[in-house]
Design a protein around this ligand. Structure first.
Ligand SMILES: Cc1cc2nc3c(=O)[nH]c(=O)nc-3n(C[C@H](O)[C@H](O)[C@H](O)COP(=O)(O)O)c2cc1C
Length: 192
């Protein structure tokens, strides 16, 4: 049995080796409770046996969407490899201990301060508002480790389906489709 998420990990590594600056960038689609969709790029920050994770502001537009409707879709595209990967699944907030660990171990101080300064997705009059808040938080946390704000953290997408697309000549693209059944993956092939 092939686990398509193992292949996803390999493809992200291949894209990095091919010189892609953001090999883990994925378009993440969410929808409101009423089903109105929106889509944006986020960075995939880990691929597991049946999940992928990303980090964001829980009060952002995507965070609010996910509070109402946990169904998501995500798509990676690597031009250098002529490959695409699509995922669908259900997102849930990561345990706070995982978000703390990521925030403290992987986010530089400036990024941590920015998480305090920016109310992601809220309307602002100008970026000066955010700059001002940044300097306020710089003072507030001077000489201290910048802690994770409660509203910032990770989501884990428990993946139900994966499609791995490889470009072929004469539009004969290969589309391997995987559906998860518990810990197993059922594979089929889709017409291009
Ligand atoms: C290459 C790239 C990577 C990004 N990575 C993230 C990310 O990991 N998390 C995040 O919240 N926003 C990330 N963003 C910003 C989002 O695309 C988006 O502007 C922001 O999350 C607000 O989206 P929302 O209003 O739909 O919630 C990234 C943008 C780009 C272009």
């Amino acid at each position: 049995m092939t686990n398509p998420l193992h292949i996803l990990t390999t493809w992200i590594d291949d894209a990095r080796d091919a010189g892609d600056d953001d090999p883990s960038a994925m378009a993440l689609a969410t929808a409101t409770r009423a089903g109105l969709p929106s889509c944006r790029i986020v960075l995939c920050r880990g691929v597991g046996e049946r999940s992928v994770r990303f980090f964001t502001n829980y009060e952002s537009r995507k965070g609010v969407d996910l509070g109402e409707n946990s169904a998501v879709a995500a798509t990676f595209y690597w031009r250098s490899l002529a490959r695409q990967a699509r995922l669908e699944g259900i997102a849930a907030q990561l345990p706070t201990s995982d978000s703390d660990a990521y925030f403290l171990e992987h986010r530089p101080r400036g990024h941590r301060l920015q998480s305090w300064a920016s109310r992601q997705s809220a309307p602002i009059a100008s970026l000066d508002e955010v700059r001002l808040r940044y300097t306020e938080f710089e003072k507030r946390f001077e000489g201290q480790i910048v802690p994770r704000p409660d509203y910032w953290g990770g989501f884990e997408i428990i993946v139900d389906t994966v499609e791995l697309w490889t470009s072929g000549s004469d539009r004969l693209h290969e589309r391997r489709y995987f559906k998860r059944e518990g810990d197993s993956w059922l594979e089929s092939l889709l017409s291009p």
